[in-house]
Design a protein around this ligand. Structure first.
Ligand code: 13P
Length: 255
């Protein structure tokens, strides 16, 4: 199965609207017409509208970093799927480990968000991954299985194919410690098998599984060459156009 690679930049809580516009412009210039790799940028909420105007008409897609599962209501400080759609966002990161660990997001909450995103034609990028303590206790596959199964509860086969899973070992995020290609492929292969069990072979073969955690131009080619690694969810290296564009190039494969 030939899945198109996807490179998504998670800008986290970085970039003012003006800084985000400048970065998005460079990315559009460097990757805006290429169709061999799917490119998504996920600025903070405050820059979504301005970045939407920059990526408009290019191949670069817009994603958010979080959302509430209700369409509207008394949820101070929250943003809904229809609001993101109004900015022409196409993707939304859900269940990032920073949301889970710093803001108490549970598997159940992530599941409600996934269902709401799909209902509103947003593609969820669902993050799963183990902590260092869990890896050391040999719990990696169990943790990833529970997070993946719970996030996908109640999702129909037709909609599941649009979901993107991001395997982000928590110990590799922002630490400079990247999972070895063997460690990453082992978990990606396991997730693919799980998706086959949950959604059937045809759907699982279409679903993209991204790797995230200190991915950089230097380590990306080897990771992206693995059979079940379909792209990357990039933090630090997505904050500069040069490194991000190198990752996009790496995803296109050897010239
Ligand atoms: P880093 O690339 O900075 O390790 O962050 C990964 C990440 O959390 C992307 O969502």
């Amino acid at each position: 199965m030939n899945r198109k690679k996807l490179i998504a930049g998670n800008w986290k809580m970085n970039k003012t609207s003006a800084e985000a516009v400048a970065l998005a412009r460079e990315i559009v210039q460097g990757a805006g017409t290429r169709t061999d790799v799917e490119v998504v940028v996920c600025p903070p909420f405050t820059a979504l509208e301005s970045v939407a105007a920059v990526v408009d008409g290019s191949q670069v897609r817009l994603g958010a970093q979080n959302m509430h599962f209700e369409p509207s209501g008394a949820f101070t400080g929250e943003v809904s799927a229809p609001m993101l759609r109004a900015f022409f966002a196409t993707h939304v990161i859900l269940g990032h480990s920073e949301r889970r660990n710093l803001f108490g997001e549970t598997d159940e909450l992530v599941n409600r968000k996934v269902l709401s995103a799909l209902k509103n034609q947003l593609r969820p990028i669902v993050c799963v991954g183990e902590s260092l303590a869990e890896r050391e206790a040999s719990l990696t596959l169990k943790v990833v299985q529970t997070q993946t199964e719970r996030a996908l509860e109640g999702v129909s086969k037709e909609l599941a194919a649009g979901i993107i899973i991001a395997y982000e070992p928590v110990w590799a995020i922002g630490t400079g410690k990247v999972a070895t290609t063997e460690q990453a492929q082992e978990v990606h292969g396991f997730i693919r098998g799980l998706l086959t069990k949950l959604q059937g072979e045809a759907v699982s073969q279409r679903m993209r599984i991204l790797y995230g955690g200190s991915m950089k131009p230097a380590n990306a080619p080897e990771l992206l060459a693995q059979k079940d690694i379909d792209g990357g969810l990039i933090g630090g290296a997505s904050l500069e156009a040069r490194s991000f564009l190198e990752l996009v190039k790496a995803a296109a494969g050897p010239a």
